[in-house]
Design a protein around this ligand. Structure first.
Ligand code: ATP
Length: 704
């Protein structure tokens, strides 16, 4: 990558230079910052027609011409020779050089996959979907035919599919049923540097599958590990010194600019930089801005829209892009804007790797990322904004310069960049491992001896095995074997705790309700509370509220949604997110299919909602909290969890202000920000824990 290390006039300097308008901006920004917690979903509610066809397909000739310009194209002959020669190889190539879109096509052109298929994994669903669309267009074929994709709750492939883009999680799920991955002759693990738990486990799965297929004289499995920014030595060592192919060159240069001085407030710096560039660059140059999460994106979006009313420059369309956004909304960022209008995409790191948004010419990199870390001992997740690695910085810059020369503006200094770690801490070292361990055992793999590329923290493995044992998924936590229940649990594409809830539901006569609730919990926030109508939204919400807490409140909303006839209109009137509720319906259908396969009887507990809460407890028994020091009246009453962590009910919970505080609660999530909060909370009777999970209750009591 061309890195000029020229410095943009620091944002503070910019501010000083700015004329009157800028003073107004400053004022407005400050105003909005005070409301940083505010939810401003209304601004996302674009009126555009939703379409799934993307990206915009230009003529076939243009596409072929663009392909010929890619670095991969000029060395295709040599590349194919290398791929033929080696069973495992590492391929490093600059961002945008054509690894993800071209290598699988090249392999297919030479029919190296034989009778099998080519699987290409991506850490993120949005990448898997959009790349599959692009490659299908390049190959002039329908999506779902030769080229397809498979992501959670969506499989667009057929028996004809030879080039299959999929999330790493989906390939891992396939490995449960077929640990030798026999339907594939070539597996490409892309974006290896991201080191998600699923990709880390897949590194080992393909290694074992390859060995066993060789030993059994089955058709050999070829493995290609790809990235632009990976830690080559670690991977090479892990794959027995396999060859590393470096692919030189990129199509278009990206000029990197660093801020001259440290920026105290990256959101503010981002908005200033956006407007400076907005005033000086052609409207056909779209911007991609990296921020840390939904709330921040919404705040910045609000600020941009306010400032844009007075700022010089072409009209603007602001598009958010974060994991929680419904899929259709995510795909909106690929939609063209009318000529003369600039698109500004505000994204989290989900746009950091793999994706091509063709019109992006400027990347604005705040240099930060929101990371979840998990504490095995307390079960609390910690959400932290931290500086991202150098690899992430290069990947972000790589989103510019995909179809023309581009620029990346880093809102941090060159010295700051140089001082950052080369790579981020792998997810396996900071995530709950129970879901992955369950999948490993289901695939017949011994988790304690599985050759992971990096050993996860011992206490994390131990506590995950203990949880699986207590859920009844495995017979013991030393040399674990899957129980019959565990086998069934592994068939659900959800957290084992919730799989247990569904499997226990027939016993409590509440599978109807449990399915709806788990589906809603698997979706993003269904409530929609725009900043300027908060009170109204709060009032409307009252009609759904259950005094027993958030779970039953969510269920009430879901049931009412199903009954509503004009659903979109109804959601609008009730301050609910139509997309997320519709998504929950799809998820419910998928979960129901698994339940039917398992012959579970689907019945309803009707008004006996205690049954549903007890059922919920059967999976979430480790998520109980007790009031400290008797029935408290004080605001922000403190609870203590089974693992001994002190926490309060989150302000967004319907139980937050309930007095007297219930003596015992069940929660779906525990989150540590500045304080530790219990999220999605329900009232339970303390004695239920003894009835539902006696062994755990005893252990808990002993330690309290
Ligand atoms: N949707 C698209 N629209 C237009 N051009 C595209 C699209 N997808 C890919 N391309 C073109 O193909 C090039 C190669 O993309 P590809 O994803 O294969 O690169 P890569 O080497 O895998 O990059 P990265 O390391 O960033 O994932 C892009 O730089 C761009 O020129």
């Amino acid at each position: 990558m061309d890195s000029k290390y020229a410095a943009i006039g620091g944002v503070n300097e910019l501010r000083k230079k700015a004329a009157n308008v800028d003073n107004i901006k400053v004022k407005k920004l400050k105003l909005c910052k005070e409301n940083a917690q505010a939810n401003i979903h209304v601004l996302q509610n674009g009126k555009e027609k939703q379409t799934k066809v993307l990206p915009k397909i230009v003529s076939s000739e243009d596409i072929q011409e663009a392909r010929r310009k890619l670095p991969v194209y000029s060395v295709r002959g040599r590349l194919i020779e290398e791929i033929k020669k080696h069973q495992t190889m590492i391929l490093i190539g600059e961002t945008g050089s054509g690894k993800t879109t071209q290598i699988p096509q090249l392999i297919h052109e030479y029919r190296l996959e034989g009778n099998g298929a080519i699987a290409i994994t991506q850490p993120r669903r949005v990448a898997a979907i959009t790349i599959a669309f692009r490659v299908a267009a390049e190959m002039n074929t329908e999506i779902g035919a030769i080229v397809g994709y498979c992501v959670r709750f969506e499989d667009v492939t057929s028996i004809k599919t030879k080039v299959k883009y999929m999330t790493d999680g989906m390939l891992l799920r396939e490995a449960i049923l077929d640990p030798l991955l026999k339907r594939y002759s070539i597996v490409i693990l892309d974006e290896a540097h991201e080191r998600t738990v699923s990709t880390d486990v897949l590194f080992g799965i393909v290694k074992l599958a390859q060995k066993e297929r060789n030993e059994k004289k089955l058709n050999p499995l070829k493995v290609i590990i790809m990235s632009a920014t990976m830690d080559v030595d670690t991977f090479r060592q892990y794959y027995d010194n396999c060859p590393v192919i470096y692919l030189e060159g990129r199509t278009y240069p990206v000029t990197i600019y660093h801020s001259k001085m440290k920026q105290e407030d990256y959101q503010y710096a981002a908005v200033c930089t956006i407007f400076q560039l907005h005033a000086t660059t052609p409207s056909s140059h779209d911007f991609l801005v990296f921020l840390t999460g939904q709330e921040e994106i919404e705040t910045v979006m609000y600020n941009i829209k306010q400032i844009a009313k007075e700022a010089p420059g072409p009209p603007i369309r602001v598009c958010p892009l974060y994991a929680g956004l419904p899929a259709q909304k995510q795909l909106q960022v690929w939609k063209d804007t009318p000529p003369g209008m600039r698109k500004i995409i505000l994204a989290t790191n989900i746009a950091e790797a793999s994706v091509t948004i063709p019109t992006i010419k400027c990347v604005i990199d705040t240099g930060v990322v929101k990371e979840r870390t998990w504490c095995g001992a307390s079960g609390a997740e910690r959400l932290r904004v931290s500086t991202c690695s150098q690899a992430a910085g290069w990947q972000r810059a790589g989103r510019a310069g995909r179809t023309a020369a581009g620029a990346a503006y880093r809102l941090y200094t060159a010295a700051d960049f140089a001082a950052r770690p080369l790579h981020a801490t792998p997810e396996i070292a900071r995530c709950p491992l129970a879901p992955t361990i369950l999948l490993l055992i289901a695939a017949g793999i011994e988790p304690n001896t599985f050759p992971l590329i990096e050993t996860p923290p011992l206490d994390s493995v131990k506590s995950s095995l203990l949880l699986l044992k207590e859920l009844g998924a495995i017979d013991n936590d030393v040399n674990p074997k899957l129980t019959t229940l565990g086998k069934k649990m592994s068939m659900f594409p959800i957290d084992p705790k919730y799989a247990k809830v569904l499997l226990s539901a027939p016993e409590y006569n509440c599978l109807e309700e449990a399915l709806s609730l788990v589906a809603v919990l698997s979706s993003e926030n269904i409530f929609y509370s725009p900043m300027h109508k908060r009170e109204e939204a709060f009032k409307v919400k009252q009609k759904f509220i259950s005094p027993l807490g958030d779970h039953l409140t969510l269920l009430n909303v879901y049931k009412a949604f199903c009954k509503a006839t004009l659903k979109k209109q109804w959601c609008k009137e009730n301050f609910l997110n139509h997309k997320n509720l519709s998504y929950a319906c799809e998820v419910r259908q998928q979960l129901l299919t698994v339940c039917q396969r398992l012959n579970l009887s689907v019945s309803s507990c009707g008004p006996a909602t205690d049954q549903l809460l007890k059922c919920l407890l059967s999976g979430l028994f480790t998520n109980c909290a007790w009031l400290r020091g008797g029935p408290g009246m004080a605001a922000g009453a403190r609870y203590v969890t089974g693992a001994g962590a002190a926490a309060s009910v989150h302000p967004a919970s319907v139980l937050h202000a309930v007095r007297p505080s219930p003596p015992a609660l069940l929660y779906s999530e525990m989150l540590h920000t500045r304080r530790t909060y219990l999220l999605t909370v329900s009232v339970i009777q303390p004695q239920w824990l003894h009835q539902v999970a006696p062994e755990y209750a005893r252990r808990c009591r002993a330690s309290r």
